[in-house]
Design a binder for this molecule. Structure first.
Ligand code: FE2
Length: 246
């Protein structure tokens, strides 16, 4: 009888299945602040597979002067990691690579001079500085779309300068940006403020996609711990929406 009164909690990770794709992760080794080695990449991917995640887009930072990755260096690393994984009997259904582009002046140059790495079709993942948005953000978003790309803004909930100016989120959506929420923002990993904004963005229907933004095992510990039932229910349709990018 007692079991009738037990709370049957569904952890967040129970929502993952083979039609889910993680569109934001730092799983390519020694190329940014994510995985440090092939061994670590293997371990992270295996653990995520245990969570039910079987499709990945690795998105190393391209950040001028900090992480000077290029399409060529990213694709080379992807090739090497795939080879390493298969030698260690790890076979995710999909492992692709794109990038997390910081919207700096270097990005504007790249946009004019080369083909960008896409999450799928014409979708690119972009991020802002945590200190302040570029002054010409709306103009950059416009240029991205004129060039034929669809911008997905990584973790909008993490930009503290928008927390007290929530209407800016609506303006970004109107300017053609999709939003990718970090699943870790549903925990207190980035703090209570970020968690609250994540909740509000979800409730207001502003979130299009999710990502794990996995850099390390510590991130996966937090991801595994999320089981707030209201949040799990709230994010479920967005998790399902990720299959559009499979
Ligand atoms: Fe990231």
């Amino acid at each position: 009888m007692l079991s009738l009164f037990k709370k049957n909690k569904t952890p967040l990770i129970a929502l993952f299945n083979n039609s889910f794709i993680d569109i934001h992760s730092h799983l390519l080794p020694a190329i940014d602040d994510g995985s440090k080695s092939f061994e670590q990449s293997l371990a992270l991917i295996k653990r995520m597979q245990q969570f039910g995640i079987n499709n990945f887009v690795a998105t190393p930072h391209i950040m001028d002067g900090v992480w000077n990755n290029t399409s060529a260096s990213i694709n080379q690393k992807l090739y090497e990691l795939k080879d390493y994984l298969s030698k260690h009997s790890a076979h995710p259904l999909q492992l692709r690579a794109a990038a997390e582009y910081l919207l700096d002046s270097n990005f504007e140059k790249l946009l004019e001079t080369e083909k960008l790495l896409c999450i799928k079709d014409d979708y690119i993942l972009v991020e802002l500085s945590y200190l302040n948005p570029p002054i010409n953000l709306k103009e950059i978003l416009f240029k991205i779309q004129i060039a034929g790309y669809k911008p997905i803004l990584a973790h909008p909930e993490r930009y503290l300068f928008y927390h007290t100016n929530f209407s800016e989120y609506l303006k970004l959506k109107e300017a053609g940006c999709s939003f990718q929420l970090n699943l870790l923002s549903l925990s207190t990993y980035y703090g209570k403020g970020v968690q609250n904004i994540a909740k509000k963005l979800l409730k207001d229907g502003l979130v299009d996609f999710v990502g794990t933004d996995t850099h390390s095992n510590r991130h996966l510990d937090f991801l595994e711990s999320i089981n707030d039932q209201k949040l799990v229910k709230l994010v479920q349709p967005v998790i399902e929406n990720n299959s559009l990018l499979l």
